[in-house]
Design a protein around this ligand. Structure first.
Ligand code: C2E
Ligand code: MG
Ligand code: MG
Ligand code: MG
Length: 276
């Protein structure tokens, strides 16, 4: 409250900023060390196909497992990685871990499903981003149809032309592409005109019901119908109840990713699910 701030308020404000900076500095040096020590691990959350009620693919979600065993969720450290321009290293680390996992399973003749990885918006300003992902994929000899790239819609709105160029290149290289978190911010349907994506992920806020559930449902249903016309498939994210699953089935949604089916789990556990 700077506006009508007493001296006391200023002191408080000042202290909290300084504390935050100190925390961030601490986090930054811990992050560098953690990358070196390979403290980051990949969790997998299956996506279930509603037509068959079976797992069809999964999303890779990074976790920071610090030495004392605590698991830190990505929302706590990804923004810091982004601010420090270190996010490309983390994203690439996750991508390599996923390729390693798929290669090992393929080698052993075990079942695999496509895996999607998240890519930070900052990566798109990296000239060699696509080539690096292609190189890693080739190094692990992963068939392209097993890999999907997720990016958030905010990138696309920022810089639609650049985005379209990169998505085109990724798809030429055989990667599938999806827009994440659709409906969370200012969603733009015109994205669908310019971006040749394979999948649209509807954010869980998209399903938040207002005072007029009938109208809310009509919006969801309308978007699903519209994107199907572009041959884009839909994933409903963050679904926790089976009532929602029934609604989504009725509306023709293709996949559900949510606690109602599976929570994100460590690699070994995901492997067990696939093997069972
Ligand atoms: P996201 O890509 O939208 O991932 C989905 C998030 O929703 C995950 O959170 C997942 O655990 C959570 N979720 C899934 N089902 C449910 C549900 O039924 N209920 C609720 N309440 N939540 C559910 P998580 O793992 O904490 O990841 C948060 C965000 O961090 C991700 O959102 C993604 O934007 C980012 N992220 C994760 N891994 C990476 C990465 O390797 N690189 C980058 N750049 N970002 C990542
Ligand atoms: Mg995602
Ligand atoms: Mg999402
Ligand atoms: Mg997100």
């Amino acid at each position: 409250t700077v506006k009508n701030g007493t001296k006391q308020n200023y002191v408080y404000y000042d202290d909290s900023i300084r504390r935050r900076l100190r925390e961030e500095k601490d986090v930054e040096s811990r992050m560098l060390k953690a990358l070196e020590m390979r403290e980051f691990t990949v969790f997998y959350q299956p996506k279930v196909e509603l037509k068959t009620d079976k797992i069809a693919c999964a999303e890779a979600l990074v976790r920071w497992q610090s030495q004392d065993g605590t698991i830190i969720p990505p929302d706590r450290f990804i923004p810091v990685f982004e601010r420090k321009y270190m996010i490309d290293r983390l994203d690439q680390y996750v991508f390599e871990e996923v390729c390693r996992f798929l290669r090992d399973r393929l080698k052993e003749g075990k079942q695999v499903f496509p895996v999607s990885v998240n890519v930070s918006r900052l990566q798109f300003y990296n000239q060699d981003f696509v080539q690096r992902y292609v190189d890693i994929r080739d190094q692990y000899q992963i068939p392209p149809e097993l890999l999907e790239i997720e990016f958030t819609e905010s990138i696309a709105i920022d810089n639609a032309l650049l985005m379209a160029r990169i998505v085109n290149r990724l798809r030429q290289e055989g990667f599938s592409c999806s827009i994440d978190d659709f409906g969370k911010g200012y969603s733009s349907l015109s994205l669908l005109k310019t971006l040749p994506i394979d999948t649209l992920k509807l954010d869980r806020f998209f399903f938040d019901m207002s005072s007029d559930p009938e109208r809310d449902m009509a919006v969801v249903e309308g978007v699903i119908e519209l994107v199907h016309k572009f041959r884009i498939r839909t994933v409903a994210e963050g679904i926790e109840s089976s009532d929602q699953v029934e609604d989504l089935k009725r509306m023709g949604c293709d996949f559900v990713q949510g606690y109602v089916f599976y929570r994100p789990m460590p690699e070994a556990e995901y492997a067990q699910v696939l093997d069972s």
